[in-house]
Structures are given as C-alpha cells and as structure tokens.
Design a protein around this ligand. Structure first.
Ligand code: ADP
Ligand code: MG
Length: 311
C-alpha cells in the first residue's frame, strides 16, 4: 500500500500530470452547465468539494444532454444509452444522477401505448412521416400542410386547440400528414396516439365482455393527442357508433382534448355513413349527434392531389 501511495504521490507531482489536471479543471470550470450548477449552490459548495469531485464533474461534462449530439435513441452517444446526467448536491459531496433522456421518454411512452392498444395498425411509413419529406405537389396539399404544420409547431400542452378533419380521396396523403404531425409533436415530447378506426372498432367488438375493453377504451379516451385514422371506412354498428365512438368523442369534447380525424368522406358523406348501420336501420338523430361532436373537435380541411399509392 505504502509503495502505491508513494508512486501516486510522485506521479501527481510530475509536471505533465499537473498540467493535464489543471487543463481538465479549467475546462470543467468554464463549462456553462457546470457554472450554472455551481452558481446555484454557491453557498454550499467549497473549493475542496470541487477538487474532490472533479472527475464526476468531468464525467457530467463529457455526456450529452437533451439528446443534443444524438440523431436518435439507437445512436445515443452517452455511456448509458438513453440516459443523461444531472448534478446533485448530497450533503457535502457532489453527486451525478442519470435519468432517461427525452428520446428515451418518448420511446418508452410509445412502447407503453403500443402494448396496450393492439389495434393501432398504422404502417411504419406513416409513423416515420415528416414535414420535411412531405411533397407539396398540388395546391390542395399546401393548405392542409400549412395548417398541420402550424398546429404542430404552436401547440402547447395546456391549450385546447382544435384538431383537423382531413378528408379527401384514397391515397392523397391524409394518414401521412397525421404521421408528420405526430412526429413533430414527439420532438416536443408530446405523445400522440394514432388509431386506425376500422381495426380498432373490430377489436372492440371482439373484446366485448372481457376486461381489456375498458382499459383500451380509457387509453384512447385519455390520449394526449388522439388521431382517428380512416373514420367512415369501418362497418359501423349502433354499438360501436354510440357506445364506443360516441363516448370517446363526448369525453374528448368535455375535457377539451385535441382530436384529429382522417376520412374519405366529407362531413356530409360521413353523416350519411353514420346514419345507416350494418343492419340497415336509419338513425338520423344518432348520426347527427356524433357529427356535432366531430365538428366541435376539428376543423375540416380538404386534401387533394394525385393518388400517391403505387400498388
Ligand atoms: P391516405 O391516408 O390519404 O389514403 P396515405 O397517407 O396512406 O394516403 O398516403 C399514400 C402513400 O403516399 C403512402 O405510401 C405515403 O407514404 C405516401 N405519401 C402520401 N403523401 C405524401 C407526401 N406528401 N409526400 C411523400 N409521400 C407521401
Ligand atoms: Mg389513410
């Protein structure tokens, strides 16, 4: 032991070591994040605490925060992928804690919803859509694009902004635009839930009488931002219309939660679709009530242009 200490002692006195140490120390002390931490705790932090914990401060400095240097979670540059450091004061020592970074929070949140809602069934290309790749090849797209972009960039979680009712024919990019909005919101750590309506309602019918139904319904009702994709393409029954769709919309209206829709129908066409159930019953009042809620929640925007599906 004695000998090791002596060696260390000699080493730390060597000019080369000293020089590197001083350089490291000045790098640490001029780092803006560290300066802010030291300033905020100046009445409790002493010079000797800084000396003792210099390596921790250095570790803190060398790790990226707020995902600044990472293109995505898979390419996280930090020691522990998906975690970023924070400095804390623990009695008379400086500690370093690791917490999930913004990308990891979004990733985990998505995984959680995906686990619960099996009926999302949204193609990968839609989930990866972005405004940057959105081609504006027809005037009918520009209006919708502008509105969607404006929503995604100005939305703040406390506000009750109306969603969009994107309608237009098959393949014009309605679902794609939803995906672009969801991705832009995800960058701001706002999670959205995109639900492919025909599949979701089919699944709800199948879960009738089992306890997962309520759990799924609650998740959809409470989604921070809900996007109901392809409403009107489902085989509607009175039960799915009134008890499922109706109760989701009622709740979202009451709680002022942003809700988006896409449909091949405009408002009038959708109302007609909702009027006739599979059994052929005509229920005008009930359809009108659903439409009232949709109109309350969203602003209709038509999307047109060429069909972009190449199959
Ligand atoms: P819709 O929901 O209106 O039926 P989609 O959003 O599914 O249409 O779009 C159809 C196809 O075209 C998809 O493969 C989608 O990725 C692609 N697409 C749609 N709009 C755009 C766009 N503006 N820029 C690039 N690709 C697009
Ligand atoms: Mg679609």
């Amino acid at each position: 032991m004695e000998r090791i200490n002596k060696t260390l002692g000699r080493l730390s006195k060597s000019p080369d070591f000293r020089q590197r140490y001083d350089h490291l120390k000045s790098e640490v002390l001029t780092n803006p994040d560290i300066q802010a931490f030291l300033l905020a705790n100046q009445d409790r932090i002493t010079d000797s605490m800084i000396e003792k914990n210099l390596m921790k401060l250095y570790e803190y400095m060398s790790q990226t925060k707020n995902c600044k240097d990472c293109p995505n979670l898979g390419h996280c540059v930090n020691m522990m992928q998906g975690y970023e450091p924070t400095l804390v004061l623990e009695r008379d020592t400086i500690g370093i804690h690791y917490r999930p970074c913004p990308s990891k929070i979004i990733h985990d949140e998505r995984r959680k919803t995906e686990k619960l809602i099996k009926s999302i069934y949204v193609p990968r290309e839609i989930l990866q859509a972005s405004f940057a790749d959105f081609s504006l090849d027809s005037p009918g797209r520009i209006h919708a694009f502008e509105y969607a972009e404006q929503f995604a960039s100005t939305f703040d979680p406390g506000s009750a902004m109306k969603g969009l009712f994107l309608y237009g024919s098959f393949g014009v990019g309605k679902s794609y635009l939803l995906g672009a909005i969801a991705n832009q919101l995800a960058e701001k750590e706002i999670s959205s839930l995109i639900v492919y309506v025909p599949e979701f309602l089919r699944e709800m019918k199948q879960s009738l009488g089992d306890q997962t139904l309520n759990e799924k319904l609650e998740t959809v009702k409470n989604a921070r931002i809900l996007m109901l994709d392809d409403i009107g393409a489902e085989a509607m029954s009175s039960w799915t219309r009134d008890e499922i769709l109706g109760s989701i919309l009622q709740f979202r209206m009451h709680e002022q939660l942003p809700t988006f829709f896409t449909s091949n129908f405009d408002f009038k066409g959708l109302e007609h679709h909702l009027t006739y159930t599979q059994r052929g019953e005509e229920e005008k009042m009930k359809a009108a009530r659903i439409m009232e809620r949709i109109k309350y929640l969203s602003i209709p925007v038509r999307l047109d242009g060429p069909n972009r599906r190449h199959n």
